[in-house]
Design a binder for this molecule. Structure first.
Ligand SMILES: [Mn+2]
Length: 292
């Protein structure tokens, strides 16, 4: 088990990049937040309420925590993108939460986050989003963000049947151990560079490629894994299934009424995407008022 959260900032980052979750309790799964503080706070409130009630809840944040929309995107697609980019406040808040709940809050890195660790810089809303965010941060904020990301994970395993990551790993992921090490990986001939980048950037895999990857990782961890839960993509319906073994609950890029997250019962086997959909998929902002 990875125990990096017990350490204080400024220590050498741990290099174990995957974590095995327990086989009981609840797992909250959220995907890309892209600086949306309102969505972050709504999820945090659910986690805090569960902890207050004595529920053993883990929260997996599947990457792309930072880099919100620019003015143009806000104007052109207000249903999806009209919110303030509060990446600095979100990072502060998550850092603070991670200090309080080091074993229950799991920061899984996305391709936007790792730009701040020396990976290629993304340019979705600004020509250089890493630079655009870092000029907004105080030295202390920058330090906290670097701590959060340099200690970040790349994959989580839930024994009930799930592999969780930002993108969808494929043939390059020969084992979870290949992900371990300092980030970014050196561009050497070994497979680590390919495995890390595929996991961060791939929107999906064909069903057979994902299935054989899941078989390999199942053998490695000793649990039968059937579904990849991932982020990285967008879908206005707030949920989609690919290849019957890859799913994404969507926050960023879905209209408010469709934003979804997962609340997984870690003690119950998940063998299919439909099972997740029928039992564990939740709206982040349920409509208020009487039900019709
Ligand atoms: Mn992404």
């Amino acid at each position: 088990m990875c125990r990096h959260g017990q350490e204080r900032p400024n220590v050498r980052p741990v290099t174990k990049r995957s974590l095995l979750l327990p086989d009981r309790g609840t797992l909250l799964v959220s995907t890309d937040l892209h600086g949306n503080l309102e969505d972050f706070l709504a999820l945090e409130a659910k986690a805090e309420a569960a902890w207050r009630a004595g529920i053993d809840l883990h929260w997996a944040l599947l990457g792309d925590l930072v880099h919100g929309p620019d003015e143009r995107a806000r104007r052109q697609m207000p249903d999806l993108y009209d919110y303030d980019d509060e990446s600095p406040a979100l990072v502060d808040r998550l850092f603070e939460l991670k200090q309080r709940q080091p074993q229950r809050v799991h920061v899984v890195l996305g391709n936007h986050d790792v730009g701040h660790l020396g990976f290629p810089h993304t340019s979705k809303f600004h020509p250089d989003e890493v630079e655009a965010l870092e000029v907004r941060l105080s030295a202390a904020q920058h330090e906290r963000m670097r701590w959060l990301f340099s200690n970040g994970l790349l994959a989580l395993v839930a024994p009930c049947g799930l592999l969780l990551s930002h993108g969808v790993p494929g043939d390059s992921l020969t084992s979870l151990a290949v992900l371990d090490g300092v980030l970014p990986p050196t561009k050497d001939p070994d497979s680590r560079f390919r495995a890390v980048n595929e996991l961060l950037w791939s929107y999906g895999q064909s069903a057979p490629v994902a299935a054989s990857m899941l078989e390999r990782i199942s053998d490695e961890v000793g649990h039968r894994l059937r579904v990849v839960v991932h982020g990285h993509d967008r879908d206005q319906s707030g949920w989609y299934i690919e290849g019957d073994n890859q799913v994404q609950p969507v926050l960023f890029g879905a209209p408010r009424a469709n934003k979804r997250y997962l609340e997984v019962d870690l003690s119950r086997r998940v063998d299919s995407c439909r099972h997740l959909e029928s039992d564990m998929l939740r709206h982040l902002h349920p409509l208020q008022g009487p039900r019709s």
